[in-house]
Ligand binder design. Structure first.
Ligand code: NAD
Ligand code: AKB
Length: 317
């Protein structure tokens, strides 16, 4: 990776990944892009920034030409809960936007990283230790777009030799930018509410287990996979990766170790609960371990210590 374009760079993952890549590859070598120039001043001002709507292939093409981009990190997307509210927008951005990105990559010989998600699985998928290759019949529009994206990336590699790579992220937990309307968002909001209010109302029920990951591991995964020797990649796209599994009660109890008066109650969001129930309890990520050395650094305990420290600092400003 020498000249990198990040789409959706102002979102939860993009805002941190852009800065991480700029530190590794040089501030002028990472072009951030987004729909607007609001928020995240650090990302907008610390290196090149372009307004790009991924529905507009010409904007993507012109930017790739202007900066001689060789790698596109494609993060622009609509997440699960927002996608259920507006399925047609989710299809346009997640599938048509990815199609435009892959076409521009094909025309300009770029590599492409695209994240899929645990949402690419559904209620008929084996939910414990979900294998790399298994049944994928998701019941959300977000999940439908993620499976389509996985297959589209495979197609561009097989048909045109575009160097497509990607992972299936679990829920990502972070303190820099708030999550953008997913089902796993509760696992971020619980830390904010623990510190700001001392109590949290959870929209998913006890016993709802899902895979999760702390942001530093999610960022490392991109660099490790994109720098991996292609000869070792059997799967290329949509690698299962995970770092931990918990339900609302377990994360609550972990936070309570540090904030003893913290309380939780439940007010279930039926749409989000149905989505969460259709996703795996735990992924088998052995293919990622074997093919490119995937190994997360954080578990629930170490993530909670770091999240509370960093959030306390942020909220005190
Ligand atoms: P996010 O919602 O925080 O950010 C997405 C960004 O895309 C936003 O800044 C939004 O403004 C932008 N965007 C929306 N429509 C656009 C368009 N037409 N053109 C350009 N930009 C547009 O999402 P995120 O959490 O940062 O997710 C990034 C990627 O990772 C997505 O593909 C998502 O599906 C995947 N993922 C995220 C998680 C997670 O927990 N955050 C988990 C699994 C997979
Ligand atoms: C969501 O909940 O929609 C995302 C995801 C797991 O893809 N966080």
């Amino acid at each position: 990776m020498k000249k990198i374009l990040v789409t959706g760079a102002l979102g939860q993952i993009g805002s941190e990944l852009t800065m991480y890549l700029r530190k590794l590859y040089g501030f002028d070598s990472v072009i951030a892009s987004g729909l607007h120039k609001k928020d995240n001043a650090v990302v907008i001002e610390s290196g090149p920034f372009e307004l790009i709507d991924v529905q507009n292939a010409k904007q993507l093409y012109d930017c790739v030409k202007k900066y001689n981009v060789d790698t596109i990190i494609h993060l622009a997307a609509i997440l699960s809960a927002v996608g259920e509210d507006n399925p047609s927008l989710a299809w346009k951005i997640n599938v048509d936007g990815l199609f435009n990105t892959l076409e521009v990559a094909r025309e300009n010989n770029c590599a492409v990283f695209t994240p899929s998600s645990i949402a690419a699985f559904g209620p008929t998928t084996p939910s414990d230790q979900t294998p790399q290759l298994t049944i994928q019949r998701p019941t959300t529009m977000y999940g439908v777009t993620k499976v389509s994206g996985e297959i589209l990336c495979d197609y561009y590699y097989q048909r045109y030799g575009v160097d497509t790579r990607g992972v299936r992220y679990p829920g990502i937990i972070s303190y820099v930018t708030l999550p953008g309307g997913g089902t796993t968002d509760y696992a971020v909001h619980i830390y904010y509410d623990a510190l700001l209010k001392g109590k949290f109302t959870c929209n998913l029920s006890k016993g709802t287990f899902m895979d999760m990951m702390y942001m530093p591991d999610a960022l490392d995964a991109v660099v490790q996979l994109m720098e991996a020797n292609p000869e070792n990649l059997i799967n290329r796209n949509a690698f299962n990766i995970t770092a931990m599994q918990f339900d609302p009660e377990l994360i609550y109890l972990e936070i309570k170790k540090h904030i003893p008066d913290f309380t939780i109650d439940y007010n279930i969001d039926r749409v989000k609960q149905k989505i969460a129930d259709s996703w795996p309890n735990s992924l088998d990520d052995s293919a990622a371990q074997e093919e490119w050395g995937w190994k997360p650094k954080y578990n629930l305990e170490s993530m909670t210590i770091d999240m509370l420290d960093k959030l306390k600092e942020k909220l005190a400003k």
